[in-house]
Write a new protein. Structure first.
Length: 153
């Protein structure tokens, strides 16, 4: 009795998977064009997933646990492509926000090292009492250089 429904289960899961792949492209378009909020995408996805499940399983008489397993398989099949697409879009958006990537971290590290060197030079000059007003233009110039490096990030 349960083995008779395997072709139907395979078909509904395949249709759900194809729906997930296609719907991910629709959500990608909506995300790029700010057409609607993510919650609307979720509502539509859940509705279509349930509607496809009901459409394929409407005339079947099976134990409830079998229906539950098939419904879990349907949601997994339709949700997996959408989850992968969402992760891919998030990674792409994060790369747009930080276009420098590792280069920015390198600049930050260089500025930090330069500030440490400058701080220790200044403290040594103060200890030796050799810091004078004539040193200020050099100090200010170095600070401006570090500020311009940070602006590149």
């Amino acid at each position: 009795m349960i083995s008779d429904i395997f072709p139907t289960v395979y078909l509904v899961v395949l249709v759900e998977l194809l729906f997930g792949i296609g719907y991910d492209q629709v959500v990608k378009w909506a995300h790029a064009n700010n057409a609607w909020h993510v919650s609307i995408s979720v509502i539509i996805g859940v509705f279509v997933t349930c509607a496809l499940f009901v459409g394929f399983m409407f005339d079947k008489v099976l134990p409830v646990w079998v229906f539950g397993l098939v419904l879990v398989a349907c949601f997994s099949a339709s949700g997996l492509p959408m989850a992968v697409g969402s992760l891919r879009r998030d990674v792409k958006d994060k790369k747009k926000k930080r276009p420098l990537g590792k280069y920015g971290a390198k600049i930050r590290d260089e500025v930090t090292m330069e500030l440490n060197v400058m701080a220790s030079e200044l403290s040594e000059q103060v200890k030796a009492d050799t810091l004078s007003v004539r040193d200020l233009p050099d100090i200010v110039n170095r600070l401006h250089h570090m500020k311009s490096m940070l602006k590149m990030m």
